[in-house]
Write a new protein. Structure first.
Length: 397
């Protein structure tokens, strides 16, 4: 696989070389990972989303992904999630898309259905599962759905085991949400098949106890994921790339594993998925869970394995914190894109200092012109001041 497609200068920092994905050329390999904000009303984007996502475009990222965006009201993680289940949700998102495009960045929407993990508090309110009565009392009453009537863990109610008609309705909801995403002007759709949400539950041998075409064997458990991917690809413009987020390992003992993800990634690529976004965990909160230790770059090996074994481009995510680390991931061929999330909350302009650190932008030309011109003007004076301060410290010593 040519991971350097769209790369004009192999000698420069790989992080800041463009990447061609179908008809989309990303300006660089820095991606802003989806981050739940729980700031929408009735699924509608607002001023928060414009500022939250817009600042990353000013900050120099090549691609920005929205938070998990529900394809159905019953698929919301929380009551205030973004949605694309209604035409009324297109225009507010289009305003965000237009601003991002004006800054020269690309933007994608992560489409999701939370399944048996629908209905939880925002993390700052404790993150606990909502009770069934709370969900029914919501402005948009909802319920949990899953492959089998097995709860996600302690504190979660058992979901309703889906019948064939409900499964077909969910697949169609993903399709229609993708159509709306195109109307809103998004460059990328990412299908969220990880973190214990609906599709991940179907993939799991623990959560999926079905004995029909949607369960049992690995092929049966993959059917929902592959059907959604194929049908979304059929309506998503051929020139626009399709991403898929997987939990490469689902975090449960004896559950979905890395080699299962290799098989699935290969099948997704055959159905037109262009990039596998490699996350992990989320299936269960039980004490017997098998967590992945959270060190620097802790999920990068998943991206490397899937990239090598499935022959598909991958996106690495998880505790990637500085330019040198991100550059090494790409230079070592472990992934094609590097996604940052919480580090971007710490510094929304992360990509610009990273370019400076790697020698890709010594003159502040990658910055928005309204910012860069002032920083370039300040740079010589700042360098002199620091040099004089250092000289004074040496004399004093």
């Amino acid at each position: 696989m040519d991971a350097g497609a769209g790369t004009p200068d192999a000698s420069g920092p790989r992080l800041f070389q463009p990447l061609q994905l179908r008809g989309l050329t990303l300006a660089n390999r820095v991606v802003i990972s989806p981050m739940c904000q729980h700031a929408a009303q009735d699924g509608l984007a607002g001023a928060w989303h414009l500022v939250h996502l817009g600042k990353f475009a000013l900050g120099g990222a090549g691609l920005i992904l929205t938070e998990s965006t529900a394809v159905d009201p019953r698929g919301r993680i929380g009551t205030a999630d973004l949605g694309l289940w209604s035409d009324s949700q297109i225009a507010p998102l289009q305003a965000v898309v237009d601003f991002v495009h004006e800054q020269g960045a690309a933007i994608g929407v992560q489409l999701a259905h939370a399944g048996r993990k629908a209905g939880s508090q925002p993390l700052w309110e404790g993150g606990a599962a909502l009770g069934d009565a709370q969900m029914q009392a919501d402005r948009l009453p909802w319920t949990r759905l899953g492959p089998s009537a097995l709860p996600a863990g302690p504190g979660w109610s058992a979901p309703e085991a889906m019948d064939e008609a409900q499964i077909e309705a969910v697949v169609e909801a993903f399709v229609q949400a993708a159509v709306r995403a195109d109307r809103a002007g998004f460059d990328v759709v990412e299908l969220h098949f990880g973190h214990g949400y609906l599709v991940a539950a179907f993939l799991s041998p623990h959560a999926n106890q079905r004995r029909d075409a949607w369960g049992g064997s690995l092929q049966g458990r993959m059917k929902l994921a592959l059907d959604i991917a194929a049908r979304v690809r059929a309506v998503w413009p051929a020139a626009k790339p399709l991403f898929c987020r997987l939990s490469a390992v689902d975090g449960s003992v004896g559950g979905w594993g890395l080699e299962d993800s290799v098989v699935l990634a290969r099948a997704l690529a055959e159905r037109g998925v262009d990039v596998i976004d490699c996350s992990s965990g989320g299936l269960t909160e039980e004490t017997k869970a098998l967590p992945v230790p959270r060190g620097l770059g802790f999920q990068v090996p998943f991206a490397a394995r899937i990239r090598e074994a499935a022959g598909v481009r991958t996106q690495a995510v998880g505790m990637i914190v500085d330019a040198q680390q991100a550059e090494a991931v790409l230079r070592d061929g472990q992934a094609d894109l590097v996604a940052i999330g919480r580090e971007a909350l710490w510094d929304p302009y992360w990509a610009h200092p990273a370019a400076q650190a790697l020698g890709a932008d010594p003159q502040f030309r990658r910055w928005p012109v309204r910012h860069g011109v002032w920083l370039a003007k300040r740079a010589p004076a700042l360098a002199r001041a620091r040099s004089e301060e250092a000289a004074g410290s040496r004399h004093a010593g």
